[in-house]
Every structure is written in C-alpha cells, then in structure tokens.
Design a protein around this ligand. Structure first.
Ligand code: MN9
Length: 314
C-alpha cells in the first residue's frame, strides 16, 4: 500500500452539473488541467464540496472515475466514499480501488448520530475493508455529521482495527486537537487540515497538507501564504490569509457551495449550481457577489493570476 503523506494544497473538487442538474462529466478534464496548472497537489472527490451526499451511487462512481482518468496519476486522487448506508460506502470503496484511485476517505453516517468511538471504529472498519489496498483517511467534519468525537482517542484505538488507517481529513477549528493528532506517536498518522480560512494557524501548528474548497478558486493566494510562512514572513502571510477570510465571508453570505460554483463560472469554469438541498443563488445574487469580490480585489489574485502578482495587486 502506498502510504505517502498528502502534502500541499489539495482541492476538494466540485461536481459539474448541467442546466438540468445532471452530472456533466465532460467538464472534468478541463477542470483538472486548470487545477494542476494553478499548483494543486491532489484532488479530493465527492466530499462535501463535490456534493457526494447528493449524488446517487452510480453518479459517484462515474464522477470518481472521470477524475481518476483525467488526472492520469499526476497527483493523488482521494475518493470520499462515506454514506448513511455502510454497504453502499463499502461498495464505493471497492470501486475506488478498482478504478485506480490513490486513497479513500469517508465521513461517518450522520442520520443516526455516532456518539461513541467504538461504534465509529466499527463503522469505518467496515467501509475501509472494501478497499484493502488503499490508504484510508477518516473525514472528521462534526459541523456536518454531528459527530464530534475525540480524534486523539480515535487514532489511539482505530489503528488496530483498521489496517489501512493512514490519517484524518480534519475539518474542525480545534487547532490544539489537530496538533495532538498530528504529533500522535511521533507523527504516525497523516492529518490534513480542512478549514481554508485558518490555513495559516494550521501551518503554525505543523500542517503539511490541506484539503479545501476555496483552493479551486484561489490556489495562488494560498501557495503564497505557505511560501511566506516558510520564510518566516508572518505579517505578510497574515495579510494574505485576511484576503481569504474576506473572500470566504463574501461567498458565505449565500448558500456557500452554490456561491462557489457561481464564482467558478465567473472564472470561466461552468459547473452549474448545486443540487437541492443546497439552494441556488437568487436572481440578483450572482451580480452582487461579483461586486463584493471585485471590491476586495479577488479577480486580481484568484486562479487566473500567478503567485507573483498577488502582492502587486493588494
Ligand atoms: O472540507 C470545506 N468544508 C466544507 C472542506 O465544505 C464544509 C472547506 O474547504 C470550507 O468550504 C472552507 C470555507 O469555509 O474552509
């Protein structure tokens, strides 16, 4: 099993939909090329950003296969296979391995909430067993799953039961817990950060990799944050992070991922809007959003521009 750690900026990819709300696989190769050109070092498919939970199993398989094919092994493709039905999740895991994905990851079931570590481990073990040859990352996202269990305890107990357990996608804001997970048994597990608006804090805590939605639209900005952090220019890194916070605040005034898809459209990547239950933007919202983003200089430092231009434009 290839257990290379996930490094750099990993885009949580969007699932392109057409005007009828059907999956539009033909957009995926172009999206992948754009992401790789912007400095992305991995793709996380069918997660929260990719509306995995709003797609049928067949659609999820098709989207995962399209991303794997378009990526051609240039960067790791992580397929998110979590499902309320563990049997479906296991089937998705098996499929991910068959199509040549590099890693699988899964949220826990969320309709019936999981309130104890052993049940979480039992559930994740069942899913991971569907892809015995692929590294498994538990996707911890309590804000969406409602399961806010202690991840240090999870790592301490899950290793024995899940032979492929490699790490976590940690989408919570508890930097102290993130650090503990990261440092658990001398860095035994790969813990990847999931809150784009706190990337700088996570870097200070030790993060080496991050998975997020806004890396689809502003990778050069985040790459600059990483560069500035590495060279100790913290004040400037903080200024860059503030741009990301402003951007996320502007988009977050609307249903977030529908807003993000709208922004992708503004950048020339048409992926439609989100499926219900994530509502589309209202009639005039797209133009208001564009104005707000213009006001913070977004179109000067988004994916269309190279990292060098960022500081010149702010
Ligand atoms: O997991 C994403 N989380 C959700 C990753 O979609 C709930 C993040 O990338 C956020 O979209 C981002 C903005 O809040 O941090």
């Amino acid at each position: 099993m290839n257990s290379t750690k996930l490094q750099g900026l990993i885009a949580a990819t969007y699932t392109p939909l057409d005007d009828d709300g059907q999956v539009n696989l033909s957009q995926i190769p172009q999206m992948v090329e754009g992401l790789l050109a912007s400095g992305i070092t991995g793709l996380y498919v069918c997660g929260s950003t990719g509306e995995g939970m709003s797609l049928s199993t067949e659609e999820r398989k098709a989207v995962a296969a399209a991303y794997v094919q378009a990526t051609k092994k240039r960067v790791p493709v992580i397929v998110q296979v979590g499902h309320n039905s563990l049997a479906e999740a296991k089937q998705l895991a098996k499929h991910a391995e068959e199509i040549g994905a590099d890693v699988i990851s899964a949220t826990c079931p969320s309709y019936f909430k999981i309130n104890d570590i052993n049940t979480l481990i039992d559930s994740m073990s069942e899913i991971a067993s569907g892809a015995p040859g692929l590294p498994f990352y538990y996707y911890h996202i309590p804000i969406l799953t409602g399961s806010s269990l202690d991840m240090v305890e999870f790592l301490a107990k899950a290793g024995e039961r899940i032979p492929t357990l490699t790490g976590l996608k940690y989408t919570d804001t508890k930097l102290h817990e993130f650090q503990e997970c990261f440092e658990f048994e001398n860095g035994k597990y790969d813990v990847v950060w999931g809150c784009d608006e706190m990337l700088l804090g996570a870097l200070a805590t030790g993060a080496k990799g991050a998975i997020g939605s806004t890396y689809n639209i502003a990778a050069p900005l985040y790459l600059r944050i990483i560069e500035l952090f590495k060279s100790g220019e913290i004040e400037q890194a903080r200024e860059m992070q503030k741009l990301s916070i402003n951007m996320i605040r502007a988009i977050g005034k609307y249903p977030f991922h529908s807003g993000m898809k709208e922004v992708l459209g503004m950048l020339g990547v048409d992926c439609g809007t989100c499926r219900l239950p994530q509502p589309p933007l209202a009639e005039n919202d797209a133009s208001t959003l564009k104005e707000k983003l213009n006001a913070i200089g977004f179109f000067d430092w988004s994916v269309n521009f190279s990292p060098k231009n960022i500081e010149q434009t702010v």
